[in-house]
Design a binder for this molecule. Structure first.
Ligand SMILES: [Zn+2]
Length: 649
């Protein structure tokens, strides 16, 4: 008997939000994803969909669509190419009637799959997700589809960037990580980065044809009607340049080719941005195309935050541009604020909290203004300098304690530093400051050495904090000579009034403890850096932590993160976090692949330091995660962890 033809989706390496690269393999032909799809076959557009049975001459597999009314025997008869994938039928107008109709459509597909599964392998079928189905109902059906062998779904977009599109993205977030996801419908070029970012692997560019037929030339974030004798935008593309004939059919062909190039260009730009960790930035920059683009991102950030965050790396060395309000709740920013609130514990022994403005240069202590602040603080306090906690106010992260200034994204973000903050930024900053001061002894004194927008933050937090606040720079800029003089005098006064005792700085310890808490959860700092720990090194390069001469971890300044040794991992194991359970006694080789993983902590994000356990709960290795914990459990293949240290033997 002939082997049934299969389709397979393989997720590749790398992450930037839910966006991923991969391969969709139909029979033996592999298509690299993300990929555009359209019914256009006259040019080298890589992937096509078509109503079944129209073109029996073609060589390459494509995605066939079938009419709603098609029966099994008709399908089997009509199927011209047994390596095609088949998009299950849907009636869009029907599905938008009510949620019940959506459920009926899913049931119809289940019946259909059951009736064809002996003839067509379910891996080749792509389910159609009705656009208004309840999220929980859809999730429960997904379970059935998955156990039937379905691994692909298609979602509908109507081009209005409203509730249908938001809902489709939300429903897409329910898919298992191993599924292929397709976006169909009216999708303009400006939506391509957004759909790729939200995890779509195949994106419909059929609108390029529809637009061409109606005489519309598409641009990256605009469109233009082409009319005879009218003035048109200059285009240097090969199709427009060579077009001179004004016969109608040539015009449509020219526009079609031009339009398709625009889609291809923006998709290629999106893939490049993903590989450089700048896809979110590209998506944010496209929110300026129209108010609808902006509100769609805002809606999705709100509704699908956990989905976006789950696949967003926790490390990076590149600059993260945070430019407008779209950035305030981007996953890296919101996660920073949430981790700080939930995981951070301020160092003990602090009597003064000094609030400072941020600087354009990162980390802050490398900036001219912060070097001057540090000199002022040291000259005023001398040997009591260890009793001051320094906290930097910044937007949109909120607050950055000095000991965390090198972590991601605090060391990487880039904002316009004008000091003019809008109401939302001020509120986010004030909220972060309130949470921070909530963890500080209420007898401590807060010194606010800030002006302008920073001052606005402190003022709006003031009524909700228990400490008393002294302001040093009500009139001038915090960096001026006069205000640094004022800071100096204030600190000298406080030193005398509070009768500060000699408190040597414990910078190395504070950095490693705070970073460990931030990275592994609260409590980790005390476990890795107990009182008898010995620390050595430089904050701007590397800090090594030893307990009884055994190295447990090191802080790497360039990434602002902690790497564990096996001993360090053993110390942290009781926290029961960031673990990956391997289905083997030992780690072989330099990587762990998803296929060998039994279970993994769902809190793991790409880039996290993780602890590898075997079946007997022994720590057998440490490494850096390449995917999220959920992917480690759900993907059948792919590199999950790059090993740093492992047990030998
Ligand atoms: Zn052109």
């Amino acid at each position: 008997m002939e082997m049934k033809k299969m389709a397979e989706f393989r997720v590749g390496r790398g992450h930037d939000g839910p966006a991923r690269v991969g391969e969709y393999i139909m029979n033996d032909v592999a298509f690299e994803t993300p990929i555009l799809i359209s019914p256009e076959i006259s040019r080298a557009n890589p992937l096509h969909y078509m109503t079944l049975g129209r073109d029996p001459t073609r060589q390459r597999p494509m995605i066939s669509t079938i009419p709603f009314t098609m029966k099994l025997d008709e399908l089997v008869k009509a199927e011209p190419n047994d390596s095609d994938s088949i998009l299950l039928p849907s009636m869009i107008s029907f599905s938008s009637l009510s949620a019940d109709a959506g459920t009926l459509l899913l049931r119809h597909q289940i019946e259909f799959i059951n009736s064809v599964k002996d003839t067509i392998d379910p891996s080749r079928l792509i389910i159609r997700v009705p656009e208004n189905i309840d999220f929980e109902v859809f999730e429960s059906y997904l379970h059935d589809f998955h156990s039937m062998g379905i691994r692909a779904a298609a979602f509908t977009f109507d081009g209005l960037l409203g509730s249908v599109d938001t809902e489709s993205i939300h429903l897409r977030s329910a898919l298992p990580a191993s599924w292929l996801s397709t976006a169909l419908g009216k999708i303009t070029p400006s939506m391509v980065p957004f759909l790729f970012y939200t995890g779509f692997d195949i994106i419909d560019c059929g609108y390029s044809i529809e637009a061409a037929v109606t005489g519309t030339r598409l641009w990256r974030n605009d469109s233009e009607r082409i009319e005879q004798g009218a003035f048109h935008r200059f285009c240097s593309c090969i199709h427009c340049v060579s077009f001179s004939d004004d016969s109608n059919s040539k015009l449509i062909e020219t526009l079609q080719n031009h339009n398709l190039d625009v889609y291809n260009e923006i998709l290629s730009e999106s893939i490049h941005a993903m590989k450089n960790g700048r896809l979110r930035w590209l998506v944010e920059s496209m929110t300026h195309v129209s108010p609808n683009h902006a509100s769609l991102l805002r809606q999705v950030d709100k509704q699908s935050y956990s989905f976006l965050e789950e696949f967003t790396p926790t490390t990076g060395t590149d600059v993260v541009p945070l430019i407008g309000p779209e950035s305030y709740n981007s996953p890296v920013v919101r996660r920073y604020r949430e981790y700080l609130e939930a995981r951070y514990t301020p160092p003990s022994g602090k009597r003064i909290v000094l609030l400072l403005p941020c600087s354009a240069k990162k980390p802050y202590s490398d900036s001219k203004s912060h070097r001057r602040f540090l000199e002022t603080i040291e000259s005023a306090l001398g040997r009591t300098v260890g009793s001051v906690a320094q906290v930097i106010l910044t937007s949109p992260l909120g607050v950055v304690p000095r000991e965390l200034e090198r972590i991601f994204p605090a060391a990487n973000y880039d904002i316009p530093v004008t000091g003019d903050w809008d109401a939302e930024e001020t509120e986010l900053g004030a909220e972060a400051l309130i949470h921070y001061l909530d963890k500080i002894d209420s007898e401590s004194t807060v010194v606010a050495h800030v002006s302008g927008g920073y001052l606005g933050i402190v003022k709006s937090a003031e009524s909700k904090v228990s400490q008393s606040i002294i302001y040093t720079t009500p009139e001038t800029s915090a960096t001026s000579w006069e205000s640094r003089q004022a800071l100096h005098e204030t600190l000298v006064d406080l030193k005398n009034v509070l009768q500060l005792k000699d408190t040597p700085p414990r910078q190395l310890e504070e950095i490693v403890r705070a970073t460990a808490d931030f990275q592994f959860g609260s409590g980790a700092g005390d476990m890795l850096v107990p009182e008898n720990a010995k620390l050595g090194g430089k904050p701007y390069r590397q800090i090594v932590c030893r307990i009884e001469k055994e190295q447990v971890c090191s802080f790497i300044a360039s990434s602002g993160s902690i790497s564990l040794t096996l001993n360090g991992a053993k110390l942290l194991a009781p926290l029961n976090r960031y673990w990956v359970r391997l289905d083997a006694p030992q780690v072989k080789g330099g990587s762990i692949f998803a296929v060998g993983i039994k279970k993994a902590d769902s809190e793991i994000r790409p880039g996290d330091e993780v602890i590898i356990l075997n079946n007997e709960e022994q720590v057998i290795a440490v490494g850096k995660s390449e995917m999220s914990g959920r992917e480690m459990c759900e993907l059948p293949r792919g590199r999950a962890v790059s090993i740093r240290h492992k047990m030998e033997g």
